[in-house]
Design a protein around this ligand. Structure first.
Ligand code: PLP
Length: 422
């Protein structure tokens, strides 16, 4: 299968599997295919490698290897943390999360609400930040866990997890953080953070899809989410995804080694991209606080265009970007993250996320910056929302907005929610 050149600016959706990661995992698909739970030497040697990977992942987050449980993905890790907090505190029925979480939390919260639990979705400010005073006030005697993401996948905005964990500790409530977007971008020290649970997903750090991790702090009561065999010290049934786990271990080392590159070179690429867009394309604005923010992410609102049309035209030039979470692609709904920040549905539908990574180059950013302005100009020239291409100033932009919203609402009603929610 030959591959045409793609210009990949969607690293928050998933990342290229690093060549050294592929090399590390291949022997576990060919030569070392034994079951790590088998007692004989052929299985046991595989077990030894799984434990080496566990130590590598533990080193990435400064944990003890015994605090690392391998799962199938970030979604499972998030679900498992919340499930365990509720199951080990049967008298507590309330959880707190935020309105801008990944659908792994939003939709699990909705599921829990249907099954007798109460969920508080904390609102955010217009720059995507959280009001910690409100968090403090929202904790109740029956709150089992506070689950708040560390970095937002759509805007890159970073929440102050250390402070959040301290509030939880002072109230005797468990604290979970979805840190899926942070490895290789932020240094991670679970002890400094003070959390009880932390989730990661291997495919966001240059390993394959289908493997994740849940950190469970020593002495935290734990009730498994996937019940079965005795794997993972009884914390997660199911024969291990050995090749994926080996890959995760190698990728954890790579993430530590690339932390500086991501925070210097990649950050500079992102900043150049963002600054050039904001200063050369009129009617554009960055969504979310400039700092604290992941070094690789920028989310831009382009007034008077539909992001889906922008992405389609960029795709024709081989450019990959997204209008939000990969898990919500195909949905006509505006991003729940952007609307929670107060953007109108109309404006939220005109936003594009560019998320860079260690394989992006200056030349690729030049390519994107060459192709993006004509795409926006072309779409604006035919947009009914754009007052600019009309020659009289009587153009009724509010009327056009209302009509556009109505057309979309009709389309949404017909579509009736096929798409679910990276
Ligand atoms: N949490 C965040 C912040 C994410 O960005 C994602 C994936 O995009 C997930 C959780 C889910 O991870 P996975 O795809 O491994 O289930």
């Amino acid at each position: 299968m030959s591959q045409r050149k793609f210009y990949y600016f969607d690293n928050n959706a998933t990342t290229r599997v690093a060549p050294e990661v592929v090399a590390a995992m291949l022997p576990f698909l060919s030569e070392y295919w034994g079951n790590p739970s088998s007692a004989y030497a052929f299985g046991n040697q595989v077990h030894q490698h799984v434990e080496k990977a566990r130590a590598q992942v533990a080193a990435l987050i400064h944990a003890d290897p015994k605090e690392v449980t391998f799962t199938s993905c970030g979604t499972e890790s998030n679900n498992a943390a919340i499930h365990s907090a509720l199951a080990t505190h049967p008298g507590k029925k309330h959880i707190i999360t935020t309105a801008v979480e990944h659908s792994a939390n939003i939709n699990y919260g909705q599921y829990l609400q249907k099954h007798g639990h109460e969920v508080t979705y904390l609102p955010v400010e217009s720059d995507g930040s959280l009001d910690l005073h409100l968090l403090d006030k929202s904790i109740r005697p029956d709150t089992a866990v506070v689950s708040v993401m560390w970095a937002n996948n759509e805007t890159g905005v970073i929440f102050p997890i250390e402070e959040i964990a301290a509030i939880c500790r002072s109230k005797g409530v468990l604290c979970h953080t979805d840190a899926v977007q942070t490895p290789g971008k932020l240094p991670i020290d679970v002890k400094a953070l003070g959390v009880d649970f932390l989730s990661l997903s291997a495919h966001k750090l240059h390993a394959p899809k289908g493997v994740g991790m849940l950190y469970v702090k020593k002495r935290t009561k734990f009730q498994p989410y996937i019940i079965g065999g005795h794997q993972e010290r009884g914390r997660r049934g199911g024969t291990e995804n050995v090749a994926g786990i080996i890959a995760f271990g190698e990728a954890a080392e790579l993430a530590m080694a690339k932390l500086e590159d991501e925070n210097t070179r990649v950050r500079a690429l992102r900043d150049r991209l963002e600054q050039t867009i904001l200063t050369t394309i009129p009617n554009t604005i960055r969504n979310g606080a400039k700092e604290p923010r992941l070094p690789n992410t920028t989310n831009i609102a382009f007034e008077f265009v539909e992001a889906e049309a922008v992405l389609l035209l960029l795709d024709q030039a081989g450019i990959c970007a997204s209008s939000g979470s990969a898990c919500t692609t195909g949905s006509l709904d505006p991003s729940h993250v952007l609307t929670a920040m107060g953007l109108s549905p109309m404006r939220a539908r005109g936003c594009v996320r560019f998320s860079l990574g260690i394989y992006n180059t200056n030349e690729e950013v030049d390519y994107l910056l060459k192709h993006l302005p004509p795409v926006i100009a072309k779409l604006r020239s035919i947009s009914p929302l754009n007052p600019g291409h009309r020659d009289n100033d009587q153009y009724d932009i509010e009327g056009a907005r209302v009509k556009h919203e109505r057309d979309l609402a009709e389309a949404l009603a017909e579509k009736d929610g096929d798409a679910v929610s990276a």
